[in-house]
Design a protein around this ligand. Structure first.
Ligand code: TYM
Length: 331
């Protein structure tokens, strides 16, 4: 049996990954790369929708590459590359935009969330067509599985719809992908506002654990996580979102179920519980932080890895792009 093709990506839109990206995506990627033929991209074309400074973007691309590798992605066996190095992505987005309904694109909740504050008039068109570019990313690689957090589910569903529509209209061209979303870590919440997902676009970063935060800062952020006054430690997302989120995080870092952990820590008080969460998080993240900083000391080597992998990605992506173009009557 051939191995499943795995595809996923993250935006280089901040100076570091956060705990949500790590637990919701990266930990699953590194597991899946063992079972499949994996492509992991740094989606810099997507990040252009929010970053205007070229120096910042370039630096963040390298930082993200270093974090992928330090976090366990093996750039020898998995294809770790930068989206803009493969021109087929931009071309495929155009082809797919032709079969995407305006109303369909308007229903994407991330677009609605991202434009809620400043209004639709202030948004760029790229932010609107963003999910189409993402659909192209996935379809270009004949992807079977897309490991992502819950916030990307709707985009993967759009990808499936577009792939099926294209196949129906122009003949079998694309593999139809499945999202792979791990229930317990699908949505890590902000430590200061556990009713909102942890997100780089939050107003303050007090509730965000960055993978490049110093361990002492991580400890402080977790100790000050917002909980409640009832004192018990149990899973109850509605009434105890803070405690439930911390249980989810501890579960992700220990491999134990939230129910088991709730049993163990209930009655010990929030202070003890939070220190246990911080210890588990820091125990895993501190070496990743150090390795990232080491890798960033040698940017030429990072660039070399990214360039070599881009050549491999181009081969696969160009073949699919040309297939789609021919199906549509181009070329
Ligand atoms: P991005 O860069 O916002 O997030 C990267 C990954 O992290 C997951 N994630 C979370 N998981 C759990 N809890 C959270 N609080 C949390 N925040 C983020 C996301 O679900 C994602 O898996 N559009 C995508 C990038 C993209 C992509 C793709 C992904 C572009 N092309 C093709 C997969 C396949 C995005 O903005 O992810």
């Amino acid at each position: 049996m051939t191995k499943p093709r795995i595809y996923s990506g993250m935006q280089p839109s901040s100076g570091s990954l956060h705990l949500g990206n790590f637990v919701g995506a990266l930990t699953h990627w590194r597991q899946l790369q063992e079972e499949g033929d994996a492509f992991f991209s740094i989606v810099d074309l997507h990040a252009l929708t929010s970053i205007q400074d070229p120096k910042v973007l370039r630096q963040q691309v390298r930082t993200l590459a270093a974090q992928y590798i330090a976090g366990g992605i093996d750039p020898q066996s998995s294809c770790l590359y930068v989206q803009s190095h493969v021109s087929a992505h931009a071309e495929m987005a155009w082809l797919l935009s032709i079969i995407t309904g305006f109303g369909e694109a308007s229903r994407m909740t991330q677009f609605k969330d991202k434009t809620a504050k400043k209004g639709i008039e202030a948004a760029n068109v790229g932010l609107f067509t963003y999910p189409i570019l993402m659909a192209g990313d996935i379809l270009l690689y004949d992807t079977n599985l897309v490991p992502v957090g819950a916030d990307q589910k709707q985009h993967v569903e759009l990808t499936r719809d577009l792939g099926e529509r294209f196949n129906k209209r122009y003949g079998e061209t694309f593999t139809i992908p499945q999202p792979r979303i791990a229930a317990e870590t699908a949505r890590i919440m902000d430590l200061q506002d556990p009713t909102r997902k942890m997100s780089k676009s939050a107003e303050t970063d007090k509730g965000i654990v960055w993978l490049l935060d110093e361990p002492s800062r991580t400890l402080k952020k977790i100790k000050s996580a917002v909980t409640d006054t009832d004192g018990s430690i149990r899973v109850d997302a509605e009434n105890k979102p803070g405690v439930t989120n911390l249980l989810g995080i501890l579960s992700a870092f220990t491999g134990r179920t939230t129910a088991e952990l709730a049993d163990e820590y209930d009655g010990q008080g929030y202070g003890v519980f939070k220190v246990a969460v911080a210890d588990a998080v820091i125990g895993e993240l501190a070496p990743i932080r150090e390795r990232t900083l080491e890798l960033l000391d040698d940017p030429a080597e990072l660039d070399r890895i990214l360039e070599a992998n881009a050549a491999r990605a181009r081969e696969v992506a160009d073949a699919t792009l040309h297939r789609a173009m021919r199906a549509m009557g181009l070329r």
